[in-house]
Design a protein around this ligand. Structure first.
Ligand SMILES: Cc1ncc(COP(=O)(O)O)c(C=O)c1O
Length: 413
């Protein structure tokens, strides 16, 4: 994606403290100077470390269940660490090697970006600190466990609502203090220039592959492509394969408890967001009339971000992408259906894309083809999903496990 002087339409820019100006200009210059050797190494690393290309899978049973359209799933969950996040992280890791920094920091919501960054740091030999909202630490505990075991320091951020925007603020503060040896591996296509461009570029591998794969499989373009939108990186990743065509592109945000409540994160799907400047860039933010950022909610930790990629805001305003919101309840229903029909376990984030596609399925004919981007796998969501299913056996297991830990602790104290 090529911004114009750091802007996509009226969105983007670089609103950062004076002290970071040189750092960001150096990063921009380093990014722009990447050559064919870099991209060859990037491609090789994605193939050996992250198992790319990921498949485009025909969802045979769902297609039959709905009676058409033909449904394909882009399996980004099959990347190493279970989500699209590694595409971006490997690119930024190789860039950090070139600019000679030794420490990386990152924010994470669902923990997928944190875990991807922790694996990259282990492989490339960087010191690593991950900032994560305290609420997200609780609901994505398995990912915290793995990040720590991979050698990263995980900082639980208790400011604000203890969610993604608070983790971003904490990471930015760290960068201001430690920029000399530290690179901030931003995990989505947000933040000050050049991050939206850089992350979107590193994620365009999804769309390039999907476009090639659908032509090989069906000899034609799909009718529509669905992707969930947190910050917007998996969506802009897959959409870039289809932007210059008449393929319908649908971005699905977190409808949470409903757009008529204040418990959602629908920025572009009619949830009341308006343009503003925060967290270093200009985009649509959910905010009150004084410009204070709102608290957000989603069943999916990776979708409750209060802002959104400036690229998405631009694509919204130009009408190229349609934005919708799926509620927590719709998401759980869709999640169940995908598991039962196809034997795959999507992340709750990705289940938003499925939920919206299923809601709209009767708009399509049997001749149509749709692609749904499965941005990640759902293992990390076991606690949230078990709560949603009100699974008694799982609850009993957790209670027994907690009891046994308590007994062991007692014995040792
Ligand atoms: C599996 C998965 N999908 C989607 C997202 C949302 O991020 P983005 O909109 O940048 O793809 C996340 C964020 O953590 C995630 O873990």
């Amino acid at each position: 994606m090529k911004p114009d002087n750091g802007y996509f339409g009226q969105f983007g820019g670089m609103f950062i403290p004076e002290i970071l100006h040189e750092v960001f200009r150096d990063l921009e210059a380093a990014y722009e100077s990447l050559d064919a050797d870099f991209y060859a190494e990037y491609k090789a690393e994605l193939s050996s470390f992250s198992c790319r290309p990921t498949p485009l899978m025909l969802a045979r049973n769902l297609t039959r269940y709905f009676g058409g359209p033909k449904i394909y799933i882009k399996r980004e969950d099959l990347n190493h660490t279970g989500a699209h996040k590694l595409n971006n992280v490997v690119g930024q890791g190789l860039l950090v090697q070139r600019i000679g920094k030794t420490r990386v920091i990152a924010e994470t919501g669902a923990g997928q970006h944190g875990i991807a960054t922790a694996t990259m740091a282990a492989r490339f030999g960087f010191d690593c600190t991950i900032y994560m909202g305290a609420k997200d630490v609780l609901r994505q505990r398995p990912n915290v466990f793995w990040m720590e075991k991979l050698g990263a320091k995980v900082v639980s951020v208790t400011d604000g609502g203890g969610i993604l925007k608070d983790a971003i603020n904490a990471a930015m503060k760290d960068l201001v203090t430690n920029f000399q040896n530290t690179h901030y591996v931003l995990g989505t296509a947000c933040g000050p220039h050049p991050y939206p461009q850089m992350v979107a570029d590193f994620q365009n591998v999804i769309g390039k592959e999907a476009q090639r794969q659908i032509l090989e499989l069906e000899s034609r373009q799909p009718t529509a492509v669905y992707a969930c939108v947190g910050g917007g990186s998996n969506a802009i990743g897959i959409f870039q394969g289809f932007l210059d065509s008449d393929v319908q592109l649908i971005g699905v945000e977190a409808g949470g408890k409903g757009l008529n409540t204040d418990k959602h994160a629908a920025r572009l799907a009619g949830g009341g967001a308006c343009p503003g400047v925060a967290q270093g860039y200009k985009t649509y933010f959910l905010q009150n009339s004084d410009g204070q950022l709102s608290e957000t909610h989603s069943i999916a930790a990776g979708l409750d971000y209060v802002g959104v990629s400036p690229i998405m805001s631009h694509l919204h305003d130009t009408g190229r992408v349609r934005f919708e919101a799926a509620t927590d309840d719709d998401v759980i229903e869709a999640h169940k259906l995908v598991m039962e029909k196809e034997g795959i376990i999507p992340a709750l984030e990705s289940a938003h894309a499925f939920a919206q596609a299923f809601k709209e399925i009767s708009r399509y004919s049997a001749d149509d083809i749709i692609i749904i981007n499965q941005s990640g796998r759902g293992d990390k969501d076991i606690f949230t999903i078990a709560d949603a299913y009100q699974d008694k056996d799982w609850e009993d297991f957790i209670i027994k496990k907690a009891d046994s830990y308590a007994q062991t602790r007692k014995k040792h104290t």
